[in-house]
Write a protein that binds this ligand. Sequence first.
Ligand code: AQP
Length: 345
Amino acid sequence: MTDAPSPAYKGPERVFSGMQPTNGLHLGNYLGALQKFVALQGKFQECIYCVVDLHAITAGPDPKELAAKSREVAAAYLAAGVDPKRSIVFVQSAVREHSELAWVFNCIARMGWLERMTQFKDKAGKHAERMSVGLFDYPVLQAADILLYKATHVPVGEDQKQHLELSRDIAQKFNNDYDAPGFFPLPEPLIQGPGARIMSLRDGSKKMSKSDPSDLTRINLTDDADAILQKVKKATTDPNPLPESKAGLAGRAEVENLVGIYAAVSELSVEDVLNEFGGKGFGAFKPALAEVLAVKLAPIAAEMRRLNADPAALDAILQDGAGRARAIAAPIMDEVRERVGFWRA
Ligand code: AQP
């Protein structure tokens, strides 16, 4: 790779990313992040993909369901093409150093930095006072997730850009405060790509989200062809035909989103899609979009069903991944402990 993560950092390049088991994964998670997880396996020697259940408890999930949801997200990773032999796949809470490093970083990060985080403001809305400290502190734990492995590259959707900038600030301040130039790399977000920001099917100003109360706003990776068709048919549009050129998408956020989804899923440019559908109505476009989505997602859903039917096999993969993750994390955390000056017998 050409982008040096930090001039002073001399360690190996490493990829890290994760997703929350708050609900099943959707098309935005797939196009914005998961597809990149798979592609990066051929470009980097070490890729670490985590199911971030410590983050998920900021949303107060049912304890009886959390472990099963973590397995389901791991199954989605594997079904999409993450290879657990080439990559490390594990559940965050199995490696306790994530929480330990997050505490150290809590004492590095400044309140003002966190108060600027737009995702907290979006999620908390008018009720910030009643939100958990964990939700506010979420980006600090995210910095710990990444830097616990000295990861240099982080594939994420566009909504995570600001959190990645915070991770870089925390890494830089730790390196400065503890007189450790280049100890932590300044991780680079890998955001570029046609699916970096997929919007809700019902509201083009909101991102597609796992936690949106309406299932009609998103395409889940497990939706079958019929469910996909129904959701695409109900997606918000306007009475005008599709435009002939990209300029005609201005001010039509929902239409732009659907065209962008078609382009990303079919690996075409937006111009190609408009060459084919420009001037046509949504009666022609929506069934075609549902068809390309169904063809793309059907094999992933089938593989997820196969993997979810054997939780013991999934657990064996996750246990192996946790062991390999710990082997990288433990010595890095030991060095942090030493630099911070914690007692050791
Ligand atoms: N709509 C989206 N378009 C593109 N990428 C997206 N991602 C999420 N939504 C979109 C990317 O998927 C990864 C999942 O991260 P997460 O599980 O930590 O959750 P999130 O970013 O908060 O996304 P969700 O799906 O909306 O979850 P909830 O509703 O639980 O908060 C990240 O790389 C994200 O950028």
